[in-house]
Design a protein around this ligand. Structure first.
Ligand SMILES: Nc1ncnc2c1ncn2[C@@H]1O[C@H](COP(=O)(O)OP(=O)(O)O)[C@@H](O)[C@H]1O
Ligand SMILES: [Mg+2]
Length: 365
């Protein structure tokens, strides 16, 4: 796997100093944003096509650690599509996404080699073992070799299912690249909410948050089955944490309410709590204030700013209404018809004639 980008930075290495992205083809990446902090997520020339429709075209995008970055644009601009690429839901047509300097999303490379890899340890053992068995003329060694080889093959296949860290590294060594899937992205630290509320409507608020926690729980199904001390302790801690998260988003005391009985604004907050439950370092919010009244919008915007401060989160915010993002964003990127038409501080973007035009003269403040 060889990247054209120069960003071979190991995990967490600060990337600042040279604010211009070195290999950015359209070198319109603004200088001087979030100097001194590392880049948590970087998208390079991401394109996503649906049949003949190019929903997102060659987007370069950076999210500095600890920042609130917004993606705005009129309906159909490609915001949600970009989001879904970053979240591992859509494979990009071209381009790639790096998380903490590691390429996680791109078109797969040498995928066909992966099943071949499962046989490699078994074949090596078989060749050596059978060779030895022949040399010493031992049937027992031959049989043993067969059993070990079969075991290795099964082990490799199990590893492929679990996709452990070791297995992923093995794939890397073999030059095989498979794009991260949503669960992989959740595991490495990405939490998200959806443009349309997707709660478990017949579960309580607390249960919804607990579901969001499952990627972080350690107890195995066996622990749960036998109700071991470990699983009980973990469950108690999870419930406590879920209550804390509900309080954090302003839903204290609503633990036992069914999601469907919560008012709309509170359902949005519950989605936020569920996203936080996976302990993300990067939170993606897709139009979190959609359908809210001005009061709810102001409150939620304040909550988002507080989350960054209190939890040290990095936040990517998608918004249709640019007024929402102006107060809290460090940087704003504007998409229109799948293309990036402007990027800069909220003030720069607000005054940009192309942005004003894209919004058809909609009031930009
Ligand atoms: N799954 C899909 N299949 C086909 N076209 C899609 C799909 N998702 C989005 N699109 C199209 O891509 C374009 C961008 O949509 P979207 O990313 O939802 O925009 P936004 O979130 O900015 O409103 C639209 O023209 C939309 O119809
Ligand atoms: Mg959208």
């Amino acid at each position: 796997m060889s990247g054209p980008q120069t960003s071979a930075a190991p995990t967490g290495t600060p990337q600042s100093g040279a604010p211009q992205a070195p290999a950015s083809p359209s070198s319109s990446v603004p200088a001087g944003t979030a100097a001194g902090s590392g880049v948590l997520l970087r998208a390079s020339r991401v394109t996503k096509q649906f049949g003949g429709l190019v929903a997102v075209r060659e987007i370069d995008f950076e999210i500095p650690e600890g920042s609130i970055v917004s993606l705005i644009g009129p309906n159909g601009a490609g915001k949600t599509t970009f989001f879904n690429v970053v979240a591992g839901i859509f494979e990009p047509t071209s381009g790639f996404v790096e998380f903490r300097g590691r390429r996680v999303i791109a078109r797969p490379h040498r995928g066909w080699l992966e099943p071949v890899l499962w046989f490699v340890p078994a074949i090596i053992v078989a060749v050596i073992g059978l060779g030895y068995a022949f040399a010493v003329g031992s049937e027992r060694v031959g049989l043993l070799t067969g059993i070990v080889a079969l075991g290795l093959l099964i082990a490799m296949m199990l590893m492929a299912v679990i996709r452990s860290e070791l297995y992923q590294r093995l794939l890397g060594w073999a030059g095989i690249f498979r794009s991260a899937r949503p669960n992989d992205m959740a595991r490495i630290g990405l939490g998200r909410t959806f443009q349309n509320i997707r709660l478990f409507q017949n579960m309580t608020a607390l249960e919804n948050v607990l579901v969001g926690m499952h990627t972080r729980l350690r107890a195995s199904p066996l622990d749960a089955l036998f109700a071991t001390g470990r699983s009980r302790r973990e469950e108690e801690a999870a419930r406590r944490r879920a209550s804390e998260l509900l309080a954090l988003v302003g839903l204290a005391g609503r633990e036992d309410d069914l999601a469907r009985n919560l008012p709309y604004g509170d359902q949005r907050r519950l989605e936020l709590a569920r996203a936080l439950a996976s302990e993300p370092s990067l939170l993606l919010l897709d139009e979190p204030t959609a359908g809210m009244n001005p009061r709810e919008t102001t409150d939620l915007t304040a909550l988002i700013a507080r989350l960054r401060r209190d939890l040290g989160l990095t936040i990517l915010l998608i918004e249709h209404d640019m007024r929402v993002v102006m107060g809290i964003s460090d940087r704003v990127t504007v998409l229109d018809h799948g293309e990036r038409i402007a990027e800069g501080t909220p003030d720069e973007v607000r005054r940009d004639p192309r942005v004003i035009e894209a919004y058809l003269g909609a009031p930009a403040e």
